[in-house]
Design a binder for this molecule. Structure first.
Ligand code: ZN
Length: 499
C-alpha cells in the first residue's frame, strides 16, 4: 500500500464514521424532543441497523491492516494524522479484543440490568437488583483484563473513562477532598442556613424561556450554531463545530434549576464549538474526555455562574424578566441563595460544596467492588455508613441510596470520578486564568468574551488532538487538588462561617 492511498482511506473511514454518528445522533435527538410517543419501534429498527453497520465498518480486518500500516509509518505522518491513527487503533483494539460471544452476552445482560434496576429502584428492592449487579461486576473485572492486563482491574477501567488516571491519582485527590471538605461541610451544617425561599416562587415558563435566551447571549452562544430545546434530562449533543444542540428542563417553582442547566450545558457547547476546523470529520473532533468536558461545564456553571460578580452582573436583567418574583430581593441575597449548601441524598441535586463527596462515596465502593474486597450484598450498608460519615445524612431507603444512579446498571464502573475531577480541574484553570488576565472585571459587567478566548486557546481548539493529561497540564500546570479544596474553603467560609 502507498502512504497516500492509506491516508485517503483513513479520511474516508473517519468521514463514514462521522456520517453514521450524525445519523444516530439525529435519530436520538428526535426521539427525546419532537417524535410522537408511540414511535420508538420503527426508529429502533433503523438505529439498530445503523449501529450494526458502524460497528462492522470499524471492526473490519481491513481497518486493522490500515491502522497497522499507518502505525508502522508514523514517522511520515503529521501530528494530527498520527493521533487519528492512535485513537482509531485504540477503538479498533477495544472493539475486537473482547470475544464476540462474551460481548453479546454482556450486551444482553446490560439490557436486562437496565429493566431490573428500574424496577428495583421503583420498589426500593436492592435484593432484586443484586444478582444482576453481581454478574455485571464479574464481567467488568474480566473485561478489565482485556483492556489492559498489566494494570489492576479497577485501574484498567478508570483508564477507559479518563485516560491517565488510576487509583493512586484518585486516592491522592479524594484523600485531600476528605481531609479538607468533610470538616468544612460539618461546620457549615452547624451555621445558620441561607434563605432561598424566593427561588421557589412561581416563575412562568414563558418568562424562563426568555431568560434562557438572555443567558445564551451572555455565554456568547451563536444561535445560528447552537439551539436550545427542552427535555426531561438536560444534555448537550454535538454534530460538529458548527452545529451543537443543548437542552434544559423548566420547573415553574424553581428558577435556578433551568438557569444552571443552561449555563452547564452551555459550557459543554462552548467546548464543542471551539474545536479547530481541521479536526472536523476526524476521530479527533469532539471533547477529549468526560473529565475535561465536565471541567468546562462546571467552570461556567459554578466558578463563573455562581460567583458574586456574575450574579451582580445579571441580576438587574433577572429582575426585568421576573419583576414580581424578585422585586424584594437583592443581588447579594440571590448570590447567597444560589450557593446554599444542603447535604442531601441525591447526587444530581447536590450543591457545589457537597457534590464531590457523593462521587467520593461511589469511588470508594467501586474500588472495593472491583478489587474484590467488598461483596455486592454489602453495598447498601457501606453506602449508608459513608453518607452518614461524610455528609451527615441518614439514608432512609435504597431508592434514595445505592439504587439512585443508572451507571452501574449500564455496566459503567470507573465513570463517576471524572465528574469530581472536572470540578477540581476547573478551579485550577481559574487560578491560572487569573494570572493571565483580569477575569472578574469583565465578568462583573457580564462580559465573558475573555474567558471564552482563554478556554478556547488552552483547551477547546484541540478537541482530542492532545491526550487528556496534556490538555490538563496545558491549562492547569501540575494537578494539585488543594487548589480546588482551598477555593471551596474560602468561598463557603465567607458565605457561612464569617457572619
Ligand atoms: Zn455535564
Amino acid at each position: 500500500m502507498e502512504l497516500n492511498e492509506a491516508l485517503q482511506q483513513l479520511e474516508t473511514l473517519q468521514k463514514k464514521m462521522y456520517a453514521y454518528n450524525t445519523a444516530l445522533s439525529s435519530l436520538y435527538l428526535d426521539s427525546v424532543t419532537t417524535a410522537p410517543g408511540d414511535t420508538a419501534e420503527g426508529r429502533g429498527v433503523a438505529m439498530g441497523i445503523l449501529a450494526g453497520e458502524s460497528q462492522k465498518l470499524m471492526t473490519d480486518p481491513s481497518v486493522g491492516n490500515l491502522l497497522e500500516f499507518l502505525s508502522a509509518h508514523s514517522q511520515e505522518l503529521t501530528f494530527s494524522q498520527k493521533r487519528q491513527t492512535e485513537e482509531l487503533k485504540r477503538d479498533y483494539d477495544q472493539l475486537t479484543r473482547i470475544p464476540a460471544d462474551e460481548y453479546m452476552e454482556y450486551t444482553m445482560l446490560t439490557n436486562e440490568a437496565s429493566d431490573v434496576w428500574h424496577k428495583a429502584k421503583e420498589t426500593d428492592d436492592f435484593e432484586l437488583f443484586r444478582p444482576v449487579l453481581e454478574k455485571l461486576v464479574e464481567f467488568n473485572k474480566k473485561f478489565a483484563g482485556y483492556y489492559d492486563s498489566t494494570k489492576k482491574p479497577y485501574d484498567a477501567l478508570l483508564n477507559e473513562y479518563e485516560r491517565g488516571t488510576d487509583m493512586e491519582y484518585l486516592d491522592r485527590f479524594f484523600g485531600t477532598v476528605r481531609e479538607k471538605l468533610v470538616p468544612l461541610i460539618h461546620a457549615v451544617g452547624q451555621a445558620p442556613q441561607i434563605d432561598d425561599s424566593f427561588l421557589h416562587r412561581h416563575y412562568p415558563i414563558e418568562a424562563q424561556k426568555k431568560f434562557s435566551d438572555y443567558l445564551m447571549e451572555v455565554l456568547g452562544l451563536d444561535r445560528n450554531h447552537c439551539t436550545i430545546g427542552e427535555t426531561e434530562h438536560p444534555f448537550t449533543l454535538e454534530f460538529n463545530n458548527q452545529d451543537v444542540r443543548i437542552t434544559t428542563n423548566y420547573m415553574e417553582n424553581n428558577v435556578t434549576s433551568s438557569m444552571y442547566s443552561v449555563i452547564h450545558e452551555g459550557g459543554h457547547a462552548k467546548y464543542e464549538l471551539g474545536i479547530r476546523d481541521d479536526l472536523q470529520y476526524t476521530r479527533l473532533a469532539g471533547g477529549v474526555s468526560m473529565g475535561v468536558h465536565e471541567s468546562q461545564s462546571r467552570f461556567y456553571e459554578n466558578l463563573i455562574g455562581r460567583s458574586r460578580p456574575f450574579i451582580e452582573a445579571i441580576f438587574p436583567k433577572m429582575q426585568e424578566f421576573f419583576p414580581e418574583q424578585l422585586s424584594d430581593v437583592t443581588a447579594e441575597q440571590m448570590y447567597r441563595a444560589v450557593n446554599r449548601v444542603e447535604p442531601s441524598l441525591i447526587r444530581t441535586e447536590a450543591d457545589e460544596l457537597t457534590y464531590c463527596l457523593h462521587v467520593m462515596i461511589r469511588y470508594e465502593i467501586e474500588k472495593q467492588l472491583i478489587g474484590g474486597t467488598l461483596a455486592v450484598k454489602d453495598i447498601p450498608a457501606v453506602w449508608n455508613r459513608l453518607y452518614e460519615e461524610y455528609l451527615g445524612v441518614k439514608v432512609p431507603n435504597d431508592r434514595e441510596g445505592c439504587l439512585q444512579d443508572s451507571h452501574w446498571s449500564g455496566g459503567s464502573f470507573g465513570y463517576f470520578p471524572s465528574y469530581a475531577l472536572g470540578s477540581a480541574y476547573g478551579a485550577q484553570m481559574l487560578r491560572n486564568m487569573e494570572q493571565d488576565m483580569d477575569v472578574w472585571g469583565p465578568v462583573s459587567r457580564g462580559d465573558l468574551t475573555g474567558i471564552s478566548a482563554w478556554l478556547k486557546e488552552k483547551i477547546h481548539q484541540y478537541g482530542s488532538l492532545l491526550e487528556p493529561a496534556d490538555v490538563i497540564k496545558n491549562a492547569c500546570g501540575e494537578f494539585d487538588p488543594t487548589v480546588y479544596t482551598d477555593y471551596l474553603t474560602d468561598k463557603y467560609t465567607e458565605l457561612y462561617l464569617k457572619r
